[in-house]
Design a protein around this ligand. Structure first.
Ligand code: 5GP
Ligand code: MG
Length: 183
């Protein structure tokens, strides 16, 4: 899927497929170095992190296991509250494991800070976060993100796993929507 398939829906392309790819190369190299000689379990947060998980994991030389979680964050409108419900839990026992959470985007950071605490309570060796995107509000919450693809402005973005009303997830780049799409 590319820009011509969503004609007129996008206001702007924020990050191209090439930009995402070369940043993922760097992140993968860093992760390979940091986890050398250690076991590594990648945990993807459905549904948004599917693309990051697929593209990041294929760039790693390190052997990994992969598992998935689905969570829903209660909130008013588009803002999350930090009250989180697990819709699909991991199949994997985390005791002694090095866990790396793969995420699409951190906005308020509330969902992820809850998730990190939840996973840490299961006896892993370590829990870290890799996110493709991070918004400015994430700085307000106490969540330590080890790997960040790009810091982006406080705008609603779609593509590369991120949706608006379940659309645009299969765009290979990150863009902003034209105002008429929301209308
Ligand atoms: P928070 O960090 O606020 O707890 O929640 C992050 C979640 O909100 C993300 O996983 C994503 O589902 C959603 N989200 C936050 N910002 C955006 C955005 O700009 N675009 C899209 N499509 N989803 C977003
Ligand atoms: Mg997400």
């Amino acid at each position: 899927m590319d820009q011509s398939d969503v004609a007129g829906d996008l206001a702007d392309i924020l990050l191209t497929e090439e930009q995402l790819g070369s940043r993922l190369d760097e992140m993968a190299a860093q992760i390979d170095a940091d986890y050398a000689g250690k076991d590594l379990l990648l945990v993807g947060v459905l549904k948004g992190a599917v693309m990051v998980m697929a593209d990041l994991s294929r760039r790693l030389h390190h052997p990994v296991s992969m598992d998935w979680m689905a969570v829903s964050s209660y909130g008013s409108g588009t803002k999350s509250s930090g009250v989180v419900r697990i819709l699909k839990d991991l199949d994997t026992d985390l005791s002694g494991r090095n866990v790396l959470i793969a995420e699409d985007i951190i906005d308020s950071g509330l969902t992820l800070s809850w998730l990190v605490q939840n996973l840490r309570s299961r006896g892993p060796e370590s829990v870290e976060i890799a996110t493709m995107l991070r918004k400015p509000d994430a700085a307000k919450v106490e969540v330590d993100v080890k790997y960040v693809g790009f810091d982006i402005p406080n705008e609603f973005v779609v593509g590369y796993g991120l949706d608006y009303a379940e659309k645009y997830r299969n765009l290979p780049f990150i863009g902003t929507l034209a105002p008429h799409v929301y209308a």
